[in-house]
Design a protein around this ligand. Structure first.
Ligand code: R5P
Length: 283
């Protein structure tokens, strides 16, 4: 049975349909003191808990769901984390700081037999889990919403860390060149400085892809650094966090279309990661 966290219901429904497994209706409530409580239906065999952890409450709810399905009779628990919060804190950046991704991974590992994490910022964070854990790359899904008539397309990554992502999207689309910007983020201020990529984009369709769009600063900075007028600009991301005025920021930067997957449920979540998860779960 697929058992969704509150934030992952749409994605879990897609997964249930792909896997032809029942979808649990989870009861979830808050008490007056702020504590949460979930309730799951009776379980039998494998339970697949699907819960993005984009907020502290979602983290707690995931731990509760894992415990609840075990109590309700599940003999095996697989945890699917469509979007893992705190994954970008994968090292102690200053003395006295935690490796938050490790702390989260250890807590999640205590309640499950296996974990699948969709497109984590650094696949190496899978080593922080203490049960078998797989990073499932969903980048190929970002090719699907693109129009079939892209003009001489360039698939751009806003930094070198995302070049694999740009290549995966290009490969799934079937044609085009790839390139990456040089990005530097000031740790104190959070300001992003971006140097342009090498390829000429004048008159061509541009697809800028990244694993996460949070404030939109990285993406809008990349587009502003182009120095040339592309034909159209498409912006795709696996995890469309889109906090504050990120969407407006990108629209003002000249993006024709902003789209993402359903790892985070947003109005731009046009494509589901369920097919790649289904494949990983069948392995
Ligand atoms: C970091 O390197 C990530 O890949 C993203 O580029 C970053 O998290 C995006 O954040 P923002 O939208 O706030 O610039």
């Amino acid at each position: 049975m697929i058992v969704p966290g509150t934030a992952s219901q749409a994605m879990a429904a897609e997964l249930a349909a792909e896997l032809e497994e029942p979808l649990a209706e989870v009861e979830s409530r808050h008490f007056a003191d702020g504590e949460m409580l979930v309730e799951v239906p009776p379980q039998d065999g494998r339970a697949i808990v699907v819960a993005a952890t984009g907020s502290s409450d979602a983290h707690i709810q995931l731990l509760q769901l894992q415990d609840a399905v075990r109590e309700a009779g599940a003999s095996e628990i697989v945890t699917v984390i469509p979007y893992m919060g705190y994954a970008r804190q994968d090292e102690a950046f200053e003395p006295g700081q935690p490796v938050s991704a490790r702390a989260m991974a250890r807590a999640i590992s205590t309640g499950t037999d296996r974990v699948l994490v969709v497109s984590p910022h650094e696949p190496a964070i899978t080593d922080f889990f203490t049960v078998p854990t797989t990073a499932v790359d969903a980048a190929e899904r970002l090719a699907e919403p693109l129009p079939g008539d892209l003009r001489d397309p360039v698939f751009l990554a806003p930094d070198h860390g995302a070049i694999d992502l740009a290549e995966s999207v290009r490969d799934a689309y079937g044609t085009g060149e790839t390139d990456a910007f040089e990005k530097h983020r000031d740790r104190e201020t959070g300001d992003v400085e971006i140097q342009p990529a090498n390829l000429s984009v004048a008159g061509r369709d541009l697809v800028v892809v990244d694993d996460i769009i949070a404030t939109g600063g990285t993406m809008s900075g990349a587009i502003a650094a182009l120095g040339e007028e592309p034909e159209r600009v498409f912006v795709g991301t696996v995890h469309p966090l889109l906090v504050d005025s990120a969407h407006s920021r990108l629209a003002n930067a000249g993006c024709q279309k902003i789209y993402g997957t359903d790892t985070i449920d947003r109005s731009v979540s046009e494509v589901s990661v369920a097919p790649v998860l289904t494949e990983a779960l069948r392995d």
